[in-house]
Design a protein around this ligand. Structure first.
Ligand code: CO
Ligand code: ZN
Length: 342
C-alpha cells in the first residue's frame, strides 16, 4: 500500500488541473469497476454493479468520495525580469511556502522568493513571487502562461509506521477508497466510487458529482487534523488512534444513523476508531448531504499532521483501519438490509 501512496502523493494534480492524477487513478481502478466515466468538471466516477439487484426493486446508490485535487498556486502576472506573481489555489499559508519548490504540469520547476520585509509577520502573498530561473518576461512566458497552476514539489518518505509527502490531503483518501473498492463485496445495491475535483476550492466537484450520481447515502473519505504534538490545540484525534468517525465539521453534521453504523461496524469488527469534531474545514460529505432533497452523509477521516503543508504525515495503521472500516460499512450498506439506512 505504501507504493500506491507514494505514486498518488507524488503525482501532479492541483485543483482544476487533475488530468495527470486522474489517469493514474483510472489505471488503478478500471479492473474493479463495472463502468468508469469522467463528468463535465472532471470527476472520475467508478460504478460497481451489485451481484444481483434486490428482490422486486431497483438497486439503491451508495456514493463514496475522495478528492484527487491538491492545493497549489496559479500564475497571475509575470514582470519584465521574469518573476511570477501568483494567486493561491486552496488554503495556503505564506510562511509554509518559503523555501519550497513548485512544479507545473509541463515539468517547469520554480522556487519562492519574497521582497525585503522588516518583520516576518509582514510576509504576505503579494510580497512573494515564484522564480523559475527566467531572466525576462519572454523567457518566463515560453515556459508558463498566465493561468497555469503549480503544485508543491516534494518526495514521499517512508518513516516506518508513518509516511510523509505533500498532497496526503487527499491522495491518502484516494488510496483508502481504492483499497476498499478492491475489498468490498457489493451484494444488492450499486456503489459509486468517485474521485472528485476542486474540493480545495469549496467542494465543487462533489457538488455536481453528487447531483449526477443521485445517491441514497454518501460517505466522504478525507484527512482531518491532529491533537498529539507539543502544545497543539486540544483535539480528540491522534495519529495511531485509528479511523476517525466524524461527528461534525464546518461543512456538515454527520447523519446520526450513518455515524452510528460506522461506530457499530468498527466495534463489531474490532477496528480501531476515534470520534472527531473538527472546528474548521469541510469535506465532500458536506456537498453530498445538501444534494437535491438531501442525502444522509458522513465522513471517515484519516488523522493527518501538518495539513496543507508539503510535509503532511499519516500513520499506516490508521490508513489500514480506514480501509477496513470503509469496506465493512459499504458491505453493510450494499447488503439487503441497506445497513438500516437504505
Ligand atoms: Co485540504
Ligand atoms: Zn482534503
Amino acid at each position: 500500500m505504501k507504493d500506491l501512496i507514494k505514486r498518488l502523493t507524488e503525482a501532479y494534480g492541483p485543483s482544476g488541473a487533475e488530468e495527470q492524477i486522474r489517469e493514474i487513478i483510472r489505471a488503478e481502478v478500471e479492473p474493479y469497476a463495472s463502468e468508469v466515466t469522467v463528468d463535465t468538471l472532471g470527476n472520475l466516477v467508478c460504478k460497481v454493479k451489485p451481484l444481483s439487484p434486490p428482490e422486486g426493486a431497483e438497486p439503491k446508490r451508495i456514493m463514496v468520495a475522495a478528492h484527487m485535487d491538491e492545493i497549489g498556486v496559479m500564475v497571475s502576472y509575470v514582470d519584465d525580469k521574469g518573476f511570477i506573481r501568483f494567486s493561491t489555489v486552496g488554503g495556503l499559508n505564506p510562511y509554509v511556502l518559503m523555501g519550497q519548490k513548485v512544479v507545473f504540469a509541463n515539468g517547469t520547476v520554480g522556487v519562492f522568493g519574497a521582497e525585503r520585509i522588516e518583520d516576518i509577520k509582514d510576509l504576505k502573498f503579494d510580497k512573494m513571487f515564484i522564480d523559475i530561473g527566467a531572466t525576462s518576461r519572454e523567457e518566463a512566458l515560453a515556459k508558463v502562461s498566465i493561468g497555469d497552476v503549480a503544485a508543491m514539489k516534494r518526495e514521499f518518505s517512508d518513516l516506518d509506521n508513518r509516511v510523509t509527502c505533500k498532497a496526503m490531503d487527499d491522495r491518502i483518501g484516494c488510496a483508502v477508497i481504492i483499497e476498499a473498492m478492491k475489498r468490498a463485496k457489493p451484494q444488492v445495491h450499486e456503489v459509486y466510487w468517485v474521485f472528485t475535483v476542486q474540493e480545495e476550492l469549496g467542494l465543487r466537484g462533489a457538488r455536481v458529482g453528487a447531483y449526477s450520481v443521485n445517491p441514497h447515502v454518501g460517505i466522504a473519505v478525507d484527512v482531518t487534523g491532529w491533537g498529539d504534538t507539543p502544545e497543539c490545540t486540544p483535539f480528540n484525534v491522534v495519529l495511531g488512534g485509528g479511523a476517525a468517525v466524524k461527528a461534525k465539521d464546518s461543512s456538515l453534521i454527520a447523519h446520526p444513523r450513518l455515524k452510528r453504523l460506522m461506530v457499530d461496524v468498527a466495534e463489531r469488527e474490532g477496528i480501531k476508531y476515534q470520534l472527531e469534531v473538527l472546528e474548521r474545514g469541510g469535506t465532500d460529505a458536506g456537498a453530498m448531504q445538501l444534494t437535491r432533497e438531501g442525502v444522509p452523509a458522513g465522513t471517515i477521516s484519516i488523522p493527518c499532521r501538518y495539513v496543507h503543508t508539503p510535509c503532511e504525515m499519516v500513520d499506516i495503521g490508521d490508513v489500514e483501519a480506514c480501509v477496513s472500516l470503509l469496506a465493512a460499512v459499504v458491505d453493510e450498506l450494499a447488503s439487503p438490509s441497506g445497513g438500516g439506512i437504505l
